[in-house]
Write a protein that binds this ligand. Structure first.
Ligand code: PRP
Ligand code: URA
Length: 237
């Protein structure tokens, strides 16, 4: 299977759609947005580096999340409100409706939260606790707390790594079971397998990804990846 990209300008905005080609088919990856901005790519190289320590790694994860958030939030609804400037009164847009909900997948997703809150400080924060069984690679839930009314919010699920896609898919399923509808998934590094799984399980969810890497290894780690993102963010190894 090979991957490629197609760039189209839509309403003055560059939209990058990734496709994959098998021997028989070529399919556009609808709802997958790969962030090609040089600042994001530069910082991804920093987190890949084995010599990047905990402090810098954590800082980069937060900064990448903020840069990605700028793009992922471009469709937040706006409402015109009256504002008095020093010169006159005018109508000017503000973010409308219930505030955004940011939902990190514990632990590693926590590293991305402050990046999004830097853009939308009033966003509410939910948490979903999942860990991947080291043998089976299946996700196990240990915590779920979401801000109400979840069905009225735009929700961004955060996790730096989308490997098999098991954790991401399960997290989105929980949120849907609690009533969440308008869901986006943001990850920094994805394996092709994880992107496929998310698209298959949740075709309605927009996926924002910093880079799609080559493959998974026998331990379901992303290659070349960054290693264990949670351990690198929290310095637990
Ligand atoms: C990592 C990562 C994702 C998951 C990705 O978490 O942060 O949540 O693995 O793998 P998957 O796509 O195959 O499910 P991990 O389970 O290591 O927990 P941690 O964040 O507590 O380190
Ligand atoms: N979780 C990680 O932290 N890294 C991987 O490469 C895969 C899952």
């Amino acid at each position: 299977m090979t991957y490629g990209k197609e760039i189209a300008t839509i309403y003055g905005r560059v939209e990058i759609k990734f496709w994959h080609r098998t021997t028989q088919t070529e399919e556009k990856m609808e709802n997958v947005f790969v962030m090609e901005h040089p600042l994001i790519q530069h910082k991804i190289s920093q987190i890949r580096d084995i010599n990047t320590g905990t402090n810098e790694f954590r800082k980069c994860i937060e900064e990448i999340a903020m840069l990605m958030g700028y793009e992922a939030l471009r469709d937040l609804p706006l409402k015109d409100v009256e504002v008095e400037t020093p010169i006159e009164t005018c109508m000017s847009p503000r973010i409308a409706g219930k505030k955004l909900a940011v939902v990190p997948i514990l632990r590693a997703g926590l590293g991305m939260v402050n990046g999004i809150l830097a853009l939308v400080p009033s966003a509410k924060v939910g948490h979903i606790g999942l860990y991947r069984d080291p043998e089976t690679h299946e996700p196990h839930e240990y915590y779920c707390k979401l801000p109400e009314p979840i069905e009225q919010r735009t929700i961004i699920v955060l996790d730096p790594m989308l490997a098999t896609g098991g954790s991401g898919s399960q997290a989105v399923r929980f949120i849907k079971e609690h009533g969440g509808r308008n869901i986006k998934f943001m990850c920094i590094i994805a394996a092709p397998e994880g992107v496929e799984r998310m698209r298959k399980d949740h075709p309605d969810v927009q996926i924002y990804v910093g880079h799609i890497d080559r493959c998974l290894n026998e331990n379901a780690y992303i290659c070349p990846g960054v290693g264990d993102a949670g351990d690198r963010i929290f310095g637990t190894k």
